[in-house]
Write a protein that binds this ligand. Structure first.
Ligand SMILES: Cc1ncc(COP(=O)(O)O)c(C=O)c1O
Length: 395
């Protein structure tokens, strides 16, 4: 019998990954997350970060972080329910609630654990969670932690959602409909007005994970709810502070009652130390910046439209994205990874995404255009897409 501490069982699984051609090392970024970076020792145009507005290395955010560190130190020192709830955490939540045009906001340490903590806290045995089949992994994990029953509806399919609601409404106490606001692999926007109407018709609650809509859609990045004018009609709106906001953290926006309850039962708040002061200072600066100007979101959309138009003119299939997320769909898995590698060799980093993250045969490189890209960088990237497409005879 092998010694279990040699982790032979894991070595075998790692070998399986290698046999399937999906084993990889983590790429190493030298320096800050910028539009052009040194990745694995090579200078490349970065088309793969969620740093939509270029805030991750913004001088004003860095300055704010340093100033807060001087006064509050580098760590919060405890969970929020004990002594880790600083006045700046409270201030940040008030500011976010104002930005999101909601009654209250509760901040968690990441978008991931916001979903993990909130879904289980607001549902229980006797409830039903109804989730879009393409929802993010953190929603799936959050739902798994809940004692409620779970079911999925076909992606953005309102007929199917209504069928599920009709069939189940009388069998459960509360029903929670969960959807991403923007789906991260295709960039499509959820049909939120229809979802909210169905929720109201069947007396169900709504939960929108707007990780890729916050800072992108709506007035100066207020998100998908603002984009559709649905304020006050969605019960729980999740946002991240790690993507457009450029720092780290997640939050749920909604009612005072929601916040009151999460402060007692949101497990990541009760059992994990709160966000460090530097991140809080930088987050507040980012939100203030967004509330004072639409310059960043305007530039993001301008760049996104520019890039999409040029890439589709080359003859690539860029799917049905309604946001800056631009999938360039190649199809077959091996070919997709080869395409991504060739782009990298020529100076563009656009990560390849294949089955099981997306359905078989729909492999793509996912391009994330940001406000920080210059037109010159985007032109160079487009030229490289042209060269590689010709090399691989894609059109
Ligand atoms: C839809 C969605 N929800 C949640 C998350 C997790 O957010 P964070 O990176 O802030 O933990 C992500 C990030 O990948 C996401 O795309």
């Amino acid at each position: 019998m092998s010694n279990v501490h040699e982790l032979q069982f894991l070595k075998e699984k790692i070998q399986e990954l290698k046999d399937q051609g999906v084993y990889r090392k983590l790429p190493v970024l030298e320096g800050a997350n910028e539009a052009e970076v040194i990745l694995n020792g090579k200078k490349v145009i970065n088309l793969s970060s969620n740093n939509y507005l270029g805030f991750a290395n913004h001088p004003r955010l860095k300055k704010a972080a340093v100033e807060v560190v001087d006064k509050y130190g580098v760590g919060a020192g405890a969970v929020r329910t004990i002594i880790g709830n600083m006045d700046i955490h409270e201030e940040m939540e008030k500011l976010l609630a104002e930005f999101k045009r909601e009654e209250a906001v509760m901040v968690f340490q990441s978008g991931f654990n916001c979903n993990a903590g909130t879904i289980q806290a607001v549902t229980e045995k006797g409830d039903l969670i109804v989730s879009d089949e393409l929802n993010h992994a953190s929603i799936i994990d959050g739902a798994r932690l809940s004692r409620a029953d779970k079911t999925v509806f076909k992606h953005a399919n309102m007929n199917h959602l209504e069928e599920v609601l009709k069939e189940n409404r009388d069998k459960y106490r509360n029903i929670l409909i969960i959807t991403d606001g923007v789906f991260s692999m295709d960039g499509d926007i959820a049909p939120l007005p229809d979802i909210v109407n169905l929720a109201e018709k069947y007396n169900a609650m709504t939960y929108v994970d707007d990780a890729h809509g916050s800072g992108v859609l709506g007035e100066s990045g207020r998100g998908t709810i603002d984009h559709f004018g649905l304020h006050g009609r969605v019960d729980f709106t999740i946002g991240t502070l790690s993507k457009a906001i450029g720092v780290i953290g997640g939050y749920v926006a909604g009612s005072h009652t929601m916040k009151d309850w999460l402060s007692h039962r949101g497990r990541p708040l009760l059992f994990s130390t709160s966000l460090p002061p530097a991140t809080v200072g930088a987050i507040m600066e980012a939100v203030k910046l967004l509330m004072s100007t639409t310059e960043y979101t305007d530039r993001l959309w301008d760049n996104a439209k520019y890039f999409k138009e040029k890439i589709s003119k080359l003859g690539y299939n860029i799917g049905n994205s309604g946001t800056p997320i631009t999938p360039v769909i190649i199809g077959e898995e091996g070919k997709t990874m080869e395409f991504s590698k060739k782009l990298f060799d020529h100076g563009v980093f656009a990560s390849g995404i294949v089955f099981p993250t997306v359905p078989k045969g729909t492999g793509r490189v996912r391009c994330m255009v940001t406000a920080a890209h210059t037109k010159e960088q985007l032109d160079r990237a487009v030229d490289i897409f042209k060269t590689v497409g010709e090399e691989m005879k894609l059109f």
